[in-house]
Design a protein around this ligand. Structure first.
Ligand SMILES: [Zn+2]
Ligand SMILES: [Zn+2]
Length: 301
């Protein structure tokens, strides 16, 4: 399978330079840059108030940071999964666009199509993660009752597998290079840190065009009106089109999290929690399964 995307040299170069810069940082420089960005976003959003951290918020931050480290540990698995999934896709004979298809299309159109495909996939995968079977893996992300910039890092490996698989399959379908997807994932990560931050911003007239911190905070709000709303990662208009848009006013003073249903800020319990939930669900199913009819016993003569 030959992948290439007609992105202009400058765009490719920019992505390369960004990747090279991040790779050139050692681990401590990378974490220091994250913490600095966190403090900057906090100060911009709430001034001196942001400096006063409750104990619960500090513990939440440490747990989210640990999840970030965990993600680095298992992200190499992605490169094992990539050829396997693409091989399976080829083997099944599913249709796919040839990579040459993109060669004759002007690059701004290609870039927009790529962004749209990326967020369209993420929108539906995110909706799928909110269905009962997959919810335990995604509930870990929603469990943060002290939502802040680092909440983005709180992602369970099980949900990352679902998201990465969907992106690999949709980019294979469209003949898009995995390098382009990796570049997008990097930009998305920076944007996601921003939308989880303690900011009450809504992007004014652009509020349907680019996901804002207020839009995504509503997705985390623990209130029935806000459940299963605002799934988009980049384009809120996808929620408008599919009837899941919800952004009535500031969500700043609304509680976030999912109440008593997950094990709070305990890293080990959060990591094992989805598996316990799935085991419990299977147990309930087995209990409810109708018992096979008992064959009538011959009556004693
Ligand atoms: Zn969600
Ligand atoms: Zn989130």
């Amino acid at each position: 399978m030959n992948f290439s995307l007609g992105l202009p040299y400058t765009t490719k170069k920019w992505v390369e330079v960004m990747l090279e810069f991040i790779q050139s940082l050692n681990e401590w420089q990378f974490h220091a840059a994250l913490i600095l960005a966190f403090i900057l976003l906090g100060v911009v959003s709430r001034g001196a108030v942001s400096a006063k951290w409750s104990k619960s918020k500090a513990i939440s931050g440490i747990v989210n940071f640990a999840f970030l480290k965990l993600t680095f540990l298992y992200s190499g698995l992605f490169f094992f999964a990539l050829p396997l999934l693409q091989g399976w896709y080829d083997g099944m004979g599913f249709p796919q666009l040839s990579s040459e298809f993109w060669d004759d299309i002007p690059w701004p159109v290609t870039a927009l199509a790529l962004l749209f495909m990326y967020d369209f996939t993420l929108y539906w995968v995110h909706r799928l993660l909110h269905t009962s079977v997959l919810w335990p893996s995604h509930a870990v992300h929603h469990s943060d009752t002290d939502m802040n910039f680092l909440t983005w890092s709180r992602g369970h490996p099980a949900e990352q597998i679902v998201i990465a698989s969907a992106l690999i399959l949709s980019s294979t379908w469209l003949g898009i290079s995995i390098e382009a997807i990796a570049g997008l994932a990097l930009i998305r990560a920076l944007h996601q840190y921003y939308v989880h931050a303690n900011l009450d911003w809504d992007h004014g007239p652009l509020h349907y065009l680019l996901v804002s911190p207020r839009f995504h905070r509503w997705h985390h709000v623990d209130h029935p009106d806000a459940y299963d709303k605002n799934f988009a990662s980049i384009f809120p208009f996808l929620d408008k089109i599919f009837g899941t848009y919800y952004n009535p006013h500031s969500a700043f003073d609304m509680p976030t999290g999912i109440g008593e249903h997950t094990p709070g800020h305990n890293l080990v319990a959060l990591t094992t929690w989805p598996f316990m939930e799935w085991a419990r669900m299977i147990g309930v199913k087995l209990k409810r399964a109708p018992k096979p009819p008992v064959a009538p016993q011959p009556s004693e003569g």
